[in-house]
Ligand binder design. Sequence first.
Ligand code: GLV
Ligand code: MN
Ligand code: MN
Length: 413
Amino acid sequence: MPYIIGRMLSADRILERCESLAQHSELPGGLTRVFLSPQARAASDKVLAWMREAGMQAKLDPIGNAVGRYEGERPGLPCLMLGSHLDTVRDAGKYDGMLGVIAAIECVSLLSSQSKRLPFAIEVIGFGDEEGVRFGTTLLGSRAVAGIFDQKTLAATDATGKTMSQALIEFGLEPQAIPKIARKKGDVLAYAELHIEQGPVLEAEGLAVGVVTAINGFSRLRVTLRGAAGHAGTVPMNLRHDALAGAAECALAVERVALGHPELVGTVGRFEAKPGAINVIPGEVMFSVDVRAPQDPLREEAVATIRSQIEKISRARKLRCEIEDLQHFGVTACAPRLIAQMERAVASQGFRVRRLPSGAGHDGMALGSITDICMLFVRCKGGISHNPLESITKEDARAGANVLFAFINSFSS
Ligand code: GLV
Ligand code: MN
Ligand code: MN
């Protein structure tokens, strides 16, 4: 049965709340909010208050996720899990992550205002870390919920040398309790996430929403090249071991490998040279490599080629090279039954159904290890994200929330 709705979900409130969360930033005049920061505390306090106002019981869990629960027809039923993340990249937009959390709260608020209980509970989670900016490891909040958080990660350090464990304790959390929040398979019926598309396909086709088929896999490496620092004026060019010149060649090799296949993307997003002075030959460079693809063998082969090219370039330039594997995540397929159900929800709201893959990573990648997942994309202007220019329209926020609400109502385990 189609669900005719729209009057009571407030797109104004969704957008106001995205604006409100964007005020919590360590970057004046922009938005940067990393895991376990004072700004993250302020944002999650707001989200917890909105969850309670929407009729949920809400609390921060031991990894710093904001978790709200709306009971079903009777307490303790397995849940449909909804959510996304509340952390951001540096100099971020206001919607990547936050929109999915706020739209889910808006849906629960409408159910609650109708005094409607479903044959399952709903949990909304604002994950504390998806982007991995602070500790270099992504999906920390959703991994913990999925039971795939490695306690060894607690020893990871941020740029100031503080361990994750220490940061959690200073935030008032209990790192040793993280394993306790792992959900069991039967506890979560499915995970559904609304997210901005972060690409240009929906806009190009004049569509407000799209149904995700799968999330591309990713591999992340940290490469350190060591040469010899020296005087920029005295050491002849043929006698140098310039780590930065070598790293630049490696960055171009990453680009070349990625250009070799239309479905492959490769990015060197961080590049840090030491000692970092105008008159000193760089002695050491650290750079990151991020490779993504819709098929795991394609990504794995590309990573192997990139590794061997970095080693070859280092040998030729007599640089010492260290390549660390930071993270690898395989392609996560959305469940066909949930794709079909989301498509029906899209059609019920009068939109053409469009399927598309996700090039970006999402919390669903972690949740996929305990439950079926699905995603709904909402059009964003110019396909721009990870950028302060990220923007969506009120009509599209409404369209996305209406589809999500229809999906929730039609959901059956
Ligand atoms: C998260 O936004 C990612 O795909 O890196
Ligand atoms: Mn992001
Ligand atoms: Mn995101």
